[in-house]
Design a protein around this ligand. Structure first.
Ligand code: B12
Ligand code: SF4
Length: 508
């Protein structure tokens, strides 16, 4: 079941040459690295180049002018990170799934004389573990800490540990520095964040990590819009945890986005559909797709996780509302909760097909270290190992309650195999026959073309091939908006008008 063949460079990190010790670190050159992680052969490779991580561009934006700051993303498959010039400082972002690789890179650069600074989510969850691999660690908001760290390096007074909270008004952050990105390597370089935190605090989410206090903060909508306009791309991806946490803010943002004429997608919780006028506002502002964390169709699982959400019985109606406004839905589902039994896989996929979700993302329930859920499973003796590489939501790392680990593993694989099968793609096609061709084209290109994606990524052709399609989607969406604007909020009329020209989101 697990034997899907993959190109080796998507599964194994590039080999690091033996350090020769013949180079001298270049003063005031800083290199920021996003380390390699193996790709799940069953999910789309396209999502990894949908948009760059904002962590490194944000830190780069806070770098003092007299520093030369560079960027390297190992997931762009261009080999190991550079050492000519050998940077004085290497900043690496660390998530638990690629912590091991981050530590390997840290060792390699330190052996050559560079100073290594580690930051990111995993450093916050496991600071002592990370500190053993770095000259300094940054716990919390890197935008505050990075300039301070560089200043201390210049003064020869680097400390081993720096901490900052997330209490400062978000609007004070400098704009991320996107100019350093290899623009040809991403579907869009406009990954943007408008808000931080979330109104929920689900027990399994990284936001529930001990020591992480991330009060809900929003940036000024004018600031967000200016940033998007400055990057000049047709498609924006909001990487907020939940852009819908504050409906009044989202509405303001939509009104400000409308004149830009771009299309965009974002993660929201399904309660964004509480108010149909807000959904309409999103469509008018260019929203073509939402990523919705449904997590589970079982209310018991949701209440165990302390997720405040509408009842699962009402999800279908809410999905239909988004569809009615031409907004595609990528549903995110977590498998292996305590109320899940071996029938969860088939029931979940059937629901997805019955409600014609354009895409879905499956995750094996994963206890992130430092969260209440991790502590609960640890107390119950259900954590199987602490090999963080496998904490990528594609591997079973705990003992499920009502099925074996193998059943969960097989069920997860089955869900993806079924979702990307010809039969399922066909079943989930839009109701309006006129929208079917573009839906099929996008589904096959985005979800069933990992070999093709590999070529695009390797040869840096992602933007060249994808942007004309994005531009086509954007133009279709502008026409939809013109029709929508003229229509009153009459349900039937609206349904007819929007379904006829449903736009395909470049990458929900
Ligand atoms: C965009 C995104 C992706 C993109 C990545 C695109 C890319 N090219 O990198 C894609 C879609 C590919 C993706 C994939 C996955 N993702 Co993701 N993703 C995100 C998302 C939405 C935004 C990341 C971001 O840009 N954040 C904004 C930046 C500014 O925040 P930050 O990273 O915390 O950085 C700050 C600090 O941590 C610190 N910092 C960070 N790095 C450094 C480095 C230095 C040197 C310093 C000084 C400071 C510092 O400073 C920054 C500014 O304050 C986050 C959720 C979120 N909103 O953060 C999830 C998130 C990171 N993803 C998550 C997960 C689980 C995954 C997947 C495993 C899911 C899956 N199975 O598909 C995969 C990863 C695959 C793998 N094997 O690792 C989890 C991680 C949980 C955890 N504990 O690690 C998150 C938090 C979502 C969630 N709510 O659960 N993801
Ligand atoms: S709603 Fe999503 S982002 Fe918010 S706490 Fe729950 S899982 Fe995390």
């Amino acid at each position: 079941m697990r034997a899907t063949p993959v190109p080796p460079d998507t599964a194994i990190a590039p080999e690091l040459p033996v350090p020769t010790g013949d180079r001298t670190p270049q003063p005031r050159v800083a290199l920021l690295i996003n380390p390699f992680y193996p790709k799940d052969p069953r999910a789309s490779y396209g999502k990894h180049v949908l948009t760059p991580t904002l962590a490194l561009t944000s830190i780069a934006g806070a770098t003092p002018e007299h520093w030369d700051v560079r960027y390297w993303d190992e997931n762009l498959l261009q080999g190991p990170p550079p050492r000519a010039p050998l940077p004085q400082v290497v900043g690496i972002t660390v998530h638990l799934t690629f912590a091991k690789r981050a530590y390997e890179l840290a060792r390699w650069y330190r052996a050559q004389g560079s100073i290594v600074v580690l930051g990111g989510l995993h450093v916050l969850s496991c600071p002592d573990e990370a500190a053993a691999h770095a000259d300094a660690i940054a716990i919390g908001d890197g935008v505050l800490l990075w300039p301070q760290i560089l200043e201390d390096i210049e003064r020869g007074a680097l400390r081993p540990r720096y901490s900052a909270d997330y209490a400062r008004p978000y609007r004070l952050d400098p704009a991320p520095r996107r100019s350093m990105l290899p623009r040809e390597s991403f579907l869009t370089t406009t990954s943007v964040i408008a808000s931080r935190g979330c109104h929920n605090r689900c027990g399994f989410c990284y936001l529930a990590t001990d020591g992480l206090h991330m009060p809900y903060r929003m940036r000024d909508v004018e600031q967000v819009v200016a940033e998007i306009a400055a990057d000049g791309q047709p498609y924006t991806v909001f990487v907020d945890n939940n852009l819908g946490s504050r409906p009044d803010y989202l509405r303001k943002l939509c009104i400000a986005l409308r004149p830009l004429g771009i299309i965009w997608s974002a993660a929201v919780t399904i309660d964004v559909t509480d108010d149909p006028t807000l959904v309409r506002e999103m469509a008018l502002a260019g929203c073509t797709g939402v990523f919705v964390g449904f997590e589970s169709l079982n209310a018991g699982n949701l209440s165990d996780a302390r997720k405040r959400t509408p009842a699962p019985e009402d999800y279908a109606r809410r999905v239909a509302l988004l569809h009615r406004y031409g907004i595609q839905v990528n549903g995110s589902f977590v498998l292996g909760f305590d109320h899940d039994r071996p029938d969860v896989f088939e029931r979940t996929v059937q629901w997805i097909e019955a409600n014609r979700l354009e895409c879905a993302t499956f995750h094996i329930l994963t206890p992130y270290p430092g969260t209440p859920f991790f502590r609960q499973l640890e107390a119950e003796g259900r954590i199987v190992h602490r090999d963080w590489d496998k904490y990528d939501t594609a591997h079973v790392v705990f003992q499920p309650k009502h099925m074996s680990r193998e059943e969960l593993d097989r069920g997860y694989a089955w869900c993806y195999d079924r979702l990307f099968s010809h039969a399922s793609i066909w079943k989930r096609r839009p109701e309006d026959p006129r929208a079917v061709a573009s839906y099929l084209a996008m589904s096959y290109l985005y979800k069933r073309s990992n070999r093709f994606w590999h070529l695009l990524i390797k040869h840096q052709l992602t933007a060249a091939v994808w942007r004309p399609l994005i531009e086509h989607s954007r133009r279709r969406h502008l026409k939809l908006r013109t029709r929508l604007e003229r229509l009153p909020m009459d349900e039937l009329e609206l349904a007819a008008a929007t379904r006829a020209s449903q736009c395909i989101s470049p990458g929900v």
